[in-house]
Design a binder for this molecule. Structure first.
Ligand SMILES: C[S@@+](CC[C@H](N)C(=O)[O-])C[C@H]1O[C@@H](n2cnc3c(N)ncnc32)[C@H](O)[C@@H]1O
Length: 198
């Protein structure tokens, strides 16, 4: 399937392979929130799917795209090559193959509270299984004042998700009501280490 969008006055067409997430309202809400921010530097697009956010973010900085799913990795590599864009693409379960730190990490994770094996949708029975692991690992992969942009649903639990990121400075920067749920974009900033001098 083809997913097309306009960016910088240019129409861009992405191929979306079978079984790979076709960008939807959540992807678009996150994309719009990111385009309003001064995103720059080293950027990680975690759970890249077909590479929609990675492609957009190449206009802002040096992009690494990662996904647990080999089909998504192949799909993002294909779209980057087709568009002549430089994107480093790695297969990784969260940060398992990503040792370095970033200025920005963007993630449209599986957040729906449905138990099951579908890694695209299923965030386990609470919807927060992947988000919770991500929250406990992300600060080790962020530079000081580095930022996470994460999209999730009211079905995932707004208060509960904010609690997972309580060690960071959090703000909800976008909301959109869709049938049955509201989508939200969290911006979480890593606090710098305090250095005391005598
Ligand atoms: C909802 S899709 C988002 C795709 C794309 N970023 C977008 O916004 O259109 C979630 C993606 O996260 C990936 N994913 C799920 N669990 C993951 C994990 N533990 N580590 C890395 N990627 C993961 C899935 O394979 C899927 O491609």
């Amino acid at each position: 399937m083809i997913f097309s969008f306009t960016h910088g006055g240019r129409k861009i067409e992405l191929d979306v392979a079978s079984g790979v997430y076709y960008p939807r309202e959540d992807s678009i809400l996150l994309a719009k929130a990111l385009m309003k921010e001064p995103v720059s530097g080293k950027i990680l697009d975690l759970g890249c799917g077909c590479g929609f956010l990675s492609v957009l973010l190449t206009s802002r900085g040096e992009v690494t795209a990662a996904d647990i799913d080999s089909a998504a990795v192949k799909n993002t590599k294909h779209n980057a090559e087709k568009l002549g864009l430089k994107i480093r693409v790695v297969q990784s379960n969260l940060f398992s193959n990503i040792p370095e730190s970033f200025d920005y990490i963007v993630f449209n994770p599986p957040y729906l509270p449905v138990a099951g094996e579908d890694k695209i949708w299923s965030g386990g029975s609470t919807g927060r299984e992947v988000i919770s692991k991500f929250a406990s690992q992300c600060q080790s992969h962020l530079k000081d004042l580095g930022k996470v942009f994460l999209v999730f649903s009211s079905l995932t639990g707004e208060k509960e998700v904010l609690e997972l990121f309580k060690d960071m400075d959090c703000e909800i920067v976008a909301r959109k009501k869709i049938p049955w749920e509201e989508l939200l974009v969290l911006k979480a900033t890593k606090r710098p280490k305090l250095i005391y001098e005598e």
